[in-house]
Design a protein around this ligand. Structure first.
Ligand SMILES: Cc1ncc(COP(=O)(O)O)c(C=O)c1O
Length: 449
């Protein structure tokens, strides 16, 4: 294991926008179809975050108040998965950076704390958000309590039912939690009228959280992924890892991570992709992993779309399965999103990163193998990384090559034991790619761009 001293913890986030070979496509106003201005976003976000969203500065200082909280769990350790390597009998060297050691158990507090800080600084008293698996809601509930703010979480109904302990954790940290669709908003009531048993989706819950935020002056909305500033806050992960890989005298040939909205994996790979963009490490492979049943990058269309079901958000150019698409109820709730971070999509379009989709049962098979070798019970989302890392390590064995694989391990699965129980008792099933549902959702795409 490689530990970084607290005095060596990075004090700046890395902004890839400074190094992109082509700028990101503009974000459009949903009403006018014209590029959005900072003022258009002001009802939702504080100016501090809006400026980060569009910043072209390569490095952005992390405020002292945020660093002070980061230091309660950062720097996180870099591990070498030697016992897994041995079990696979592979010549590959497998490293993983583990983000499960903080109070909420995933990478999400890296941005939750920063977002709560910037909102508080601008006088906001209350934040609303959506959560899929409950990881993001827990992180924001934690961030809000640390800055003495109120928090309301719209939790996708299927996760609300599957993961009661995540709900309780959020309530312990002082947040109000309701299942989405809920009766608290017009968007939720409209959906319940059409589909009373709706399992919910991240797109639905975002609509509710946005509607709630714009209806009150003391409230802003907070998003746990997708947006540029969220990915920016997560780069502390990769910045630390670069230092730790130096300590281990290693450099990754392959970096692998799951993508729901794209934030955890971007936090790891963006600080490395600098070397690929500059041509210094052209052959480094960066592999994004998504569920076969919600394959946004591997099967989606690159188009302007809304981030939410009720069409309240700005229009973003991204891979999308359509904002009306409701993904099957897989256990990796954090990967059930119809869209993807524009930065991830842009880099994929430009050919710098690749994507693969994997089925749920194979994902948990990898999670069990990791738990029985490395000891960590992994969240359903990062189990996706483990699947592909193991497959790549086995390929190394077949080809007799010793590659260095780096896994962006985004969190533990201590609240996801029901999913492991389903796997162990043979009750876990796969959901095929819902082609017909996606085809229907594609017909609802806005006609812009
Ligand atoms: C542990 C964990 N990893 C990954 C994700 C996927 O989101 P993102 O792609 O934004 O990191 C989630 C989302 O909830 C999560 O909880």
């Amino acid at each position: 294991m490689w530990f970084l001293d607290q005095k060596d913890m990075p004090t700046k986030w890395y902004n890839v926008q400074a190094d992109l070979p082509e700028p990101l496509p503009p974000v459009l106003h949903p009403g006018t179809g014209k590029p959005i201005t900072p003022d258009d976003l002001a009802p939702l976000f504080p100016m501090g975050l809006i400026m980060q969203e569009v910043s072209q500065e390569r490095h952005i200082e992390i405020p002292d108040e945020v660093l002070e909280i980061y230091r309660t769990w950062r720097p996180t350790a870099l591990h070498r998965a030697r016992r897994l390597e041995k079990a696979l009998d592979t010549p590959a060297k497998i490293f993983y950076k583990y983000e499960g050691t903080n109070q909420a158990g995933s990478h999400k507090p890296n941005t939750a704390v920063a977002q709560a800080y910037y909102n508080k600084k601008e006088g906001i008293k209350r934040l609303t958000t959506e959560t899929g698996a409950g990881q993001w809601g827990s992180a924001l509930a934690l961030g809000c309590t640390l800055f003495d703010m109120e928090c309301k979480v719209y939790m996708v109904r299927i996760s609300y039912e599957q993961k009661p302990y995540r709900r309780i954790a959020m309530q312990v940290w002082g947040a109000e939690v309701v299942p989405s669709p809920s009766t608290d908003t017009k968007a939720g009531r409209d959906m319940l009228a059409k589909w009373p048993d709706c399992p919910g989706s991240l797109g639905m819950a975002i609509s509710e959280a946005v509607e709630d935020a714009v209806s009150r002056d003391d409230t802003h909305y907070s998003l746990g992924s997708v947006l540029n500033h969220v990915l920016l806050h997560q780069t502390i992960i990769g910045e630390e890892t670069r230092k730790q890989m130096d300590m281990a005298d290693a450099y990754p040939d392959i970096i692998v991570g799951c993508i729901g909205g794209g934030s955890n994996f971007s936090g790891q790979f963006l600080p490395w992709i600098r070397d690929k963009l500059s041509g210094k490490k052209k052959d480094m492979r960066i592999i994004c992993v998504e569920p076969e049943s919600c394959p946004t990058v591997t099967k989606g269309l690159y188009a302007y779309d809304f981030g939410d079901l009720a069409r309240l958000t700005p229009l973003v150019k991204m891979y999308t399965l359509g904002h009306t698409f409701i993904p099957p109820p897989i256990h990796a709730g954090g990967l059930r999103y119809h869209g993807m971070a524009p930065i991830v999509c842009h880099l994929h379009r430009l050919g710098f990163i690749e994507a693969v989709a994997v089925p749920q049962t194979k994902v948990f098979e990898a999670g069990i193998q990791f738990a029985r070798t490395e000891g960590i019970i992994t969240g359903p989302e990062p189990c996706h990384d483990l699947r592909v890392a193991i497959d790549e390590a086995l390929k190394c064995k077949e080809e007799g090559k010793s590659k260095t694989i780096l896994i962006a391990h985004s969190g533990h699965g201590h609240f996801d034991l029901a999913a492991y129980d389903a796997y162990l008792s043979g009750k876990l099933t796969d959901y095929a790619y819902p082609e017909e549902e996606v085809r229907k959702a594609m017909l609802e795409l806005p006609k812009v761009g």
